[in-house]
Ligand binder design. Structure first.
Ligand code: CP
Length: 308
């Protein structure tokens, strides 16, 4: 089994067959992670650098753990405390690290397109761990894997993506992936946080009424309000946002069915998601985090096959 691509830059570039291979491989690695000995020798002698130019908790730890479970040699780089603060360019930083014989690069960067730029200039395989407001492909893959595990499949599944669609790389990767796999998608949130023409451009429906979106869906993926990416005021207050678009127990209790609740993290509790939902039996948020390790093991393992 192999992928059609040398890099994982985004879901947009993947074939449906690539996604199927990654999800199947992740299922096998999830079994490995249930064993007493959770380590396999698959990436012995492969060296991977994790380049994080932007903050991360889940993605960075998840990649590091996936690499260790695969027996890869890993180097961790964070922009703070590095020579980036002295003005070194992205390409110089990466070329200096690669001269130490690195095979793969996992990179998070605040600039959309940064991993695509690197892929044009360096020989190593690149995995995008989130680039600006563009894509977060391994989050899309782990979300799809988690939906599959929680509901039995993706074909025909009704997924509502709720909140800050405008600034969300998670939303874009989820939309590309779920559409390729035959799911139906509705986005819901305030009009100021939903891009114009998204229906025509990406083949999703828009529902501005949160209760209607929740009544329609099987799965609700609730997104973080990304205040750090908003350079203008797009809603009146966090309190008002919570009243209109916060997913809360009372709203779910009005539904005549059970739905699965997801969130990529970190959660703004009491803003887009209330604690009595985030910590409830409806929520698979911590399963998403657990599944992230198996999915990232699958991605690294399959891409390493292309680098040899
Ligand atoms: N979901 C996600 O990307 O979380 P982090 O920013 O903590 O990596």
């Amino acid at each position: 089994m192999s992928l059609s691509t040398k890099h994982l830059l985004g879901i947009k570039d993947l074939l449906r067959e690539d996604i199927e291979v990654i999800l199947q491989t992740a299922t096998q690695f999830k079994d490995v992670l249930q064993r007493p000995v959770k380590k396999v020798p698959s990436l012995r002698d492969v060296t991977i650098v994790n380049l994080f130019f932007e903050n991360s908790t889940r993605t960075r730890i998840s990649f590091e753990l996936a690499e260790k479970r695969l027996s890869a040699d890993t180097i961790n780089f964070t922009a703070s405390g590095s020579s980036v603060s002295k003005g070194e360019t992205l390409l110089d930083t990466v070329n200096n690290i690669l001269s130490m014989k690195v095979d793969m690069v996992v990179m998070r960067h605040s600039a959309s397109g940064a991993p695509h730029f690197l892929a044009r200039h360096i020989p190593a395989a690149i995995v995008n761990a989130g680039d600006g407001i563009n894509e977060h492909p391994t989050q899309g893959l782990l979300d799809a894997f988690s939906i599959q595990q929680a509901t039995g499949g993706l074909q025909g599944r009704r997924v509502a993506i709720i909140g800050d669609i405008m600034h969300s790389r998670v939303a874009l990767s989820n939309i590309y992936l779920l559409r390729k796999m035959g799911a139906e998608i509705t986005v819901s949130g305030p009009p100021t946080l939903i891009p114009k023409y998204i229906e025509e451009a990406l083949g999703v429906k828009v529902e501005y009424n949160l209760k209607k979106a929740l009544a329609w869906c099987d799965v609700a993926n609730v997104l973080r309000i990304q205040l750090e990416r908003q350079n203008q005021v797009l809603f009146s207050s966090l309190r008002e946002y919570n009243l209109s678009y916060g997913v809360k127990r009372s709203v779910l209790d009005e539904l005549k069915k059970e739905i699965v609740i997801m969130h990529p993290g970190p959660i703004n509790r009491g803003v887009e998601l209330d604690s009595d939902v985030a910590d409830s039996g409806h929520s698979i948020i911590l399963n998403q985090v657990e599944n992230g390790v198996a999915v990232r093991m699958a991605v690294l393992y399959l891409l390493a096959g292309r680098t040899q």
